[in-house]
Design a protein around this ligand. Structure first.
Ligand SMILES: Cc1cc2ncn([C@H]3O[C@H](COP(=O)(O)O)[C@@H](O)[C@H]3O)c2cc1C
Ligand SMILES: O=C(O)c1cccnc1
Length: 352
C-alpha cells in the first residue's frame, strides 16, 4: 500500500459525541442562543476534530507549496515566471503577504518546493521535494504523469505529517505558482462540466481579452487531454499542478491526524475538492476562510459545500486568507473556554 492509500485509510469521522457536548456547552453560555454565529459552529467543529471539549490550537503552521506551470508559455498571465522563484525565497525571509498576516498569530510559515522551475539552494530555508522543474504545458499534453500526481499529494502528506509530529495543532494551505489559476480553473471546469469561461478570472492580473484567452487555453487543454472527471488523480495529472496536489496531501494528512486545516482561496479550494474526491470525510476537518474574488472560488466552495467566513475582496493566494482566519479560530477556542454559563451568571444574583 502506498502512502496515499494508507493516509486515506486512517481518516475517520470527527468525534460526534464531543461535538454534541460542545454544542451543549456553547448553548449554555451566557448569551442568546446562536448569537456568536460562526464562532459557535467553529468551536463545535474544533471539539469534534480534536476530541477536546476545550480545543487548543496554539501552534499554527501555514504550509506554502510552490511550483511552476508549463502552461505559462501560452500567455495565461502577464507576470514573469520567475516570480515563483523569488517569492518562494521571500517566504523564508518573512517578506510576503502571508508571512505578514501569519505574524499576527505567531503562525509558522513553512515553504515547500514541489516543482519550482529554478533551483533553490539547500540552505535557503525551503523544504525541497522537487518532483520536476514545473509541469509540462497542458495545452500540448498532460501536465504530469499519474505517478507524479500521486507523488505531489504524497509530498504534502509528508510535510504535513512532519509538522504535526513537531506539535502543530492547526495547519493552513498556501501556494505559490505563477500561472496556477489556469490549472485550478481547468480542474473545476472538468469537475463541473461547465464552460471554462464561467470559472476563469483575473488571477494575478490579466490584460484586456486575457480572461477569454485563458478560457480558450483551458478548453484546448481539456480537449487534448480528455481528463476523466470520475478519476480525480487523472484530472490532477492531466490539467493540474504539483502544488495543487501537495495541498490536497496536506488536507488528507490533517484529517488522518485529526487536526483542523484552514483552506485559503481559489487554488486551495480546488485542492480541497481533490482531497474530498479522494475521501469525503476530510470535509469535517476543513475550515474555509475567505471568499476569493476569483469567480471559480464561489463555484468550487458550492461544489464542496463549504461557506467561507471572510469577505475581504482578497485574491492573493499564498495562504493569506487562511492566515487571516487563524485569529477567528483563537476567538472560538477562547469563547468556549472562558465564557461563563447563564447558570453561573444567575448564581451571581443568588450570592449577592
Ligand atoms: C508578485 C506576486 C505575488 C504573488 N503571491 C501570490 N500570487 C498568486 O498569483 C499566482 C496565480 O495567478 P496567475 O494564475 O494569474 O499567475 C499564484 O502564484 C498565486 O499564489 C502572486 C502573484 C504575483 C505576481
Ligand atoms: O484565491 C486565490 O487563491 C488566488 C486568486 C488569484 C491569484 N492567486 C490566488
Amino acid at each position: 500500500m502506498n502512502v496515499l492509500q494508507e493516509t486515506i485509510q486512517h481518516i475517520q469521522s470527527a468525534n460526534k459525541e464531543m461535538m454534541e457536548q460542545a454544542r451543549k456547552r456553547v448553548d449554555a453560555l451566557c448569551k442568546p442562543p446562536g448569537s456568536l454565529g460562526k464562532l459557535e459552529s467553529i468551536a463545535v467543529q474544533l471539539a469534534g476534530i480534536t476530541g477536546q471539549l476545550l480545543p487548543m490550537i496554539d501552534k499554527k503552521v501555514m504550509i506554502v507549496c510552490a511550483a511552476d506551470h508549463g502552461v505559462y508559455e501560452e500567455g495565461v498571465t502577464p507576470n514573469p515566471q520567475d516570480v515563483t522563484l523569488f517569492q518562494t525565497l521571500n517566504f523564508s525571509k518573512g517578506g510576503t503577504g502571508v508571512c505578514a498576516i501569519a505574524h499576527i498569530t505567531n503562525a509558522k510559515v513553512v515553504t515547500v518546493d514541489v516543482g519550482v522551475k529554478g533551483d533553490i539552494l539547500p540552505d535557503a530555508g525551503i523544504i525541497i521535494h522537487k518532483i520536476k522543474h514545473g509541469t509540462a504545458n497542458m495545452a500540448k499534453g498532460p501536465a504530469m504523469s499519474r505517478e507524479e500526481a500521486i507523488q505531489s499529494i504524497e509530498v504534502g502528506i509528508h510535510v504535513a505529517t512532519a509538522e504535526i509530529a513537531q506539535g502543530a495543532h492547526v495547519l493552513g494551505t498556501g501556494e505559490m505558482g505563477i500561472g496556477n489559476t489556469t490549472p485550478s480553473a481547468a480542474i473545476l471546469a472538468v469537475l463541473t462540466g461547465c464552460d471554462p469561461l464561467d470559472v476563469t478570472g483575473l488571477g494575478a492580473g490579466v490584460g484586456k481579452g486575457g480572461i477569454e484567452h485563458k478560457a480558450a487555453v483551458i478548453k484546448k487543454a481539456i480537449a487534448i487531454n480528455q481528463p476523466n472527471p470520475k478519476d480525480i488523480i487523472d484530472v490532477l495529472a492531466k490539467v493540474g499542478g504539483l502544488e495543487i496536489g501537495a495541498m490536497a496531501g496536506i488536507i488528507l494528512a490533517a484529517a488522518a491526524h485529526r487536526k483542523p486545516v484552514v483552506i485559503d482561496g481559489f487554488i486551495s479550494t480546488i485542492a480541497a475538492l481533490i482531497a474530498y474526491k479522494l475521501e469525503p470525510k476530510v470535509k469535517e476537518y476543513m475550515i474555509p476562510s475567505h471568499a476569493s474574488e476569483e469567480p471559480g472560488a464561489r463555484i468550487a466552495a458550492e461544489l464542496l459545500g463549504v461557506e467561507p467566513m471572510l469577505h475581504m475582496n482578497m485574491r492573493l493566494g499564498e495562504g493569506s486568507g487562511a492566515a487571516l482566519a487563524f485569529p477567528i479560530l483563537d476567538a472560538a477556542c477562547s469563547m468556549i473556554k472562558n465564557m461563563v454559563t447563564l447558570e453561573q451568571s444567575m448564581n451571581l444574583l443568588a450570592e449577592r
